[in-house]
Design a protein around this ligand. Structure first.
Ligand code: PGA
Length: 251
């Protein structure tokens, strides 16, 4: 049995003051919901404030990105050792990182190996663009992203990895995929790639989330699918009632 997980990716939203307000109110609702792992991923600047408010709440923190090196001359970057002080999780290879900041599968893999070293639980994002989707290249793209981004880690660590299938055309567009189609990608493309990397037992243990325009009204459709273990939520994770309803649906 894979425990469901919902993660809120706040992206570049909310100041520290706004984070305090939102985390406080959200935690009051989320802490009542059991049977699902709950993760909030505010911007780096707000992690410290969020961490203080979430102590003892059973709600975890995640970073939205990190560098792979422990320290050094990398102006503007945040290291895994720094992330580890406040977070249990880290999102790696989000499509916005891939599209706007040139992150390749190789870079995502370096970060993943670093997450292993620093004992962080990674949420690794994969997903095809609209153009790739329309030209029937989903299998090729998602399979390569999975096998190249997730290689060279130990089987013990692999079982802790979380994969998020996020079709790029569904992110922030209000045009979510549907449960059956998303489940098919996970079952027929992502899990076989994981099986090839780690063997079937580990591949079955890895949690795979869906992401892309998840809302309180469509969440149950995805969570009802056998191969989808939760959601990586963007826009709706900034709304207290919406995100709490998604967490409830996952539980
Ligand atoms: P969205 O974003 O829920 O706003 O579509 C999802 C994501 O980018 O993780």
């Amino acid at each position: 049995m894979r425990t469901p997980l919902v993660a809120g990716n706040w992206k570049m939203n909310k100041t520290i003051a706004e984070t305090r307000d939102l985390v406080f109110k959200m935690s009051l609702q989320l802490r009542e919901i059991n049977g699902v792992d709950k993760v909030l991923c505010p911007p780096f600047m707000s992690l410290m404030a969020a961490s203080a408010l979430l102590e003892g709440s059973g709600i975890s923190l995640g970073a939205q990105n990190m560098h792979w090196e422990e320290k050094g001359a990398f102006t503007g970057e945040i290291s895994p050792a720094m992330v580890k002080e406040l977070c249990r999780y880290v999102i790696l290879g989000h499509s916005e990182r891939r599209a706007y900041f040139g992150e390749t599968n190789e870079i995502v893999n370096r970060k993943l190996i670093s997450a292993q070293t620093f004992d962080l639980t990674p949420i690794v994002c994969v997903g095809e663009t609209l153009e790739q989707y329309e030209s029937n290249r989903t299998r090729e793209v998602v399979s390569a992203q999975t096998s190249q981004s997730l290689r060279d880690v130990s089987p013990a660590f692999a079982s802790r990895i979380i994969v998020a299938y996020e079709p790029v055309w569904a992110i922030g567009t209000g045009k979510a995929s549907n449960g059956i189609e998303a489940n098919a990608v996970v079952k027929d493309i992502i899990r076989p790639a994981l099986t090839e990397l780690f063997g079937s037992e580990t591949a079955q243990a890895i949690r795979v989330l869906y992401g892309g325009s998840v809302t309180a009204s469509n969440a149950a459709e995805f969570f009802g699918q056998p191969d989808i273990d939760g959601a990586l939520v963007g826009g709706a994770s900034l709304k207290i009632d919406e995100f709490a309803a998604i967490a409830k649906a996952a539980a």
